[in-house]
Write a protein that binds this ligand. Structure first.
Ligand code: AMP
Ligand code: ZN
Length: 470
């Protein structure tokens, strides 16, 4: 049984999808006006852990992550560079996908771009208008929050309204109440716009997610995720729009991760206290250390980002690598050992911890205990083929959830294998210049060779470690 903490109900609940064996999951994605920072990636990595664990638990996951490619920031950025909105945002969409790949985040099934779904958004605005949830002022359409009594149920906010009918000035648009939000924004001179029966304009941010999630996943989603800052007003507004239009429950489980902090403050573009993944990789940090740092803390706890934390993450990766290399290169000679049994015991603890609202800290604690046990077993010579096989399978299983490439990376590419064979031949022919040269190439590709019995070199994956140079 998997338990997930649902923000809406404020408690852990047993997870049951609408359709047996299938999870429909929606994730608020990036606004593509710049590179994402690793605070954003804390949210995307928590979602990746959730997704991988659900898949590991035999669910088929259908995930949608939206790309916001029209808003004030993208419009201003495109205008500044004198390029079209599409050309401007394309660059950051590509960069975002590259970053996801660098962090080994599993791709979602759909990455809808807001500007490709304008007709669906207008259809939703129309439906809300027909049901009496909207009002129009000066060419913009607003959602009247007072007409949706459940508003505030997710964020537990008690909203105070002004005297009904009194108008308050928002920065740019006229609204009846401060809490009302725009569904369709009137065109401003020089800005991209789309024609509609409400006049030329563009969609508000919140309507995007409601329209695209319904179009791609249906009216009721199993899981909707985001960072804690999405709870209010964004997700509250999504519920209001979607439920007002469909009359059905919009989301069964709302999951939110807490912030990545820097010295106690949210990592954010506006605060200037952020690191992009690119900055860190350029400085020599291993992207898998960034992944480990972000994935290894429980998602409902704030996480403070430090370089010291990254160093520790690299240390842990080295422990994984060393054990994986030992297991890979171990020549089993024994008949009886405790390795298979200890894998089984650890797997049970691992599954139980993750099924408890993704308690990764506890899952990792069980894994570290197992690693100590496994190393102690490997120190002896009586390990069996079955023990080594179980340990290899266990590592592969663990890494299907952690996604740290612990196992993949200890299996060299064809190219490396060719080089090793060529080097072995060169050594037998006593061509040491060639053999040294090949060894250097193998080393540069991140592999260390340890010659054992002739013709049987062991391979060790080396990770580049920034802090080795400090
Ligand atoms: P944005 O581009 O600001 O809409 O953010 C994209 C995603 O990253 C949203 O799910 C945010 O909640 C999340 N996010 C932004 N900053 C942080 C942070 N410092 N820590 C965790 N998640 C964040
Ligand atoms: Zn959203």
């Amino acid at each position: 049984m998997i338990q997930l903490y649902d923000t809406y109900e404020g408690r852990k609940r047993e997870f049951k999808p609408v359709e047996r064996g299938v999870v429909r999951m929606y994730t608020c994605g990036p606004t593509v006006y710049d590179y994402a920072h690793i605070g954003n990636f804390r949210a995307y990595i928590f979602e990746d852990l959730l997704r991988r664990f659900l898949e590991r638990s035999a669910y088929r996951v259908i995930q949608v992550m939206n790309i916001t490619d029209v808003d004030d920031k993208t419009i201003t950025g495109a205008a500044k560079e004198g390029v079209s909105l599409r050309d401007y945002t394309d660059k950051y969409v590509q960069a975002f996908f590259e970053d996801l790949k660098t962090l080994n985040i599993e791709p979602a099934e759909h990455y809808p771009r807001a500007t490709d779904y304008i007709p669906d958004m207008l259809k939703l605005v129309r439906a809300l208008k027909d049901k009496g949830f909207t009002y129009e002022t000066e060419g913009s359409v607003y959602f009247r929050v007072a007409s949706f009594p459940k508003y505030g149920a997710l964020s537990k906010k008690k909203l105070e309204f002004n005297i009904s009918g009194a108008r308050v000035d928002n920065d740019e648009y006229e609204k009846e109440q401060w809490v009302d939000f725009v569904l369709w924004k009137k065109k401003k001179e020089g800005e991209p716009s789309w024609p509609s029966e409400f006049g030329d304009g563009r969609p508000g941010w919140h309507i995007e997610c409601s329209a695209m999630s319904t179009k791609l996943l249906g009216e009721t989603l199993d899981i909707h995720t985001g960072g804690e800052d999405n709870i209010f007003p964004h997700h509250e507004n999504e519920i209001a729009q979607s439920e007002a239009a469909s009359g059905r429950k919009f989301v069964n489980y709302w999951l939110h991760c807490r912030f990545l902090l820097v010295e106690g403050e949210k990592m954010a573009k506006s605060k200037g206290n952020f690191f992009t993944l690119r900055d860190l990789v350029k400085d020599g940090w291993d992207p898998m250390a960034v992944r480990y740092l972000l994935i290894s803390h429980n998602y409902r706890q704030p996480l403070n980002f430090t370089k010291e934390g990254l160093k520790q993450a690299e240390n842990t990766l080295k422990r994984f690598d060393d054990l994986a290399s030992r297991i890979m290169s171990y020549k089993p000679e024994g008949v009886k050992d405790k390795l298979a049994a200890s894998c089984k015991a650890c797997r049970e603890k691992w599954e139980r911890a993750l099924a408890d609202d993704l308690n990764i800290a506890e899952a990792l604690a069980a894994l570290f205990d197992w690693m100590n046990e496994a190393n102690a077993v490997l120190d002896r010579t009586d390990v069996s083929t079955a023990g080594i096989k179980a340990a290899k399978e266990f590592l592969r299983d663990i890494d299907s959830v952690l996604g740290l490439k612990i196992y993949d990376e200890i299996e060299p590419s064809e190219e490396i294998i060719d080089k090793i064979n060529e080097r072995t031949k060169a050594r037998s022919a006593k061509d040491f210049a060639k053999s040294d040269c090949l060894r250097k190439e193998i080393l540069e590709a991140g592999w260390a060779l340890k010659d054992g019995s002739p013709g049987e070199p062991s391979l060790y994956k080396r990770r580049k470690r920034k802090w080795d140079e400090l």
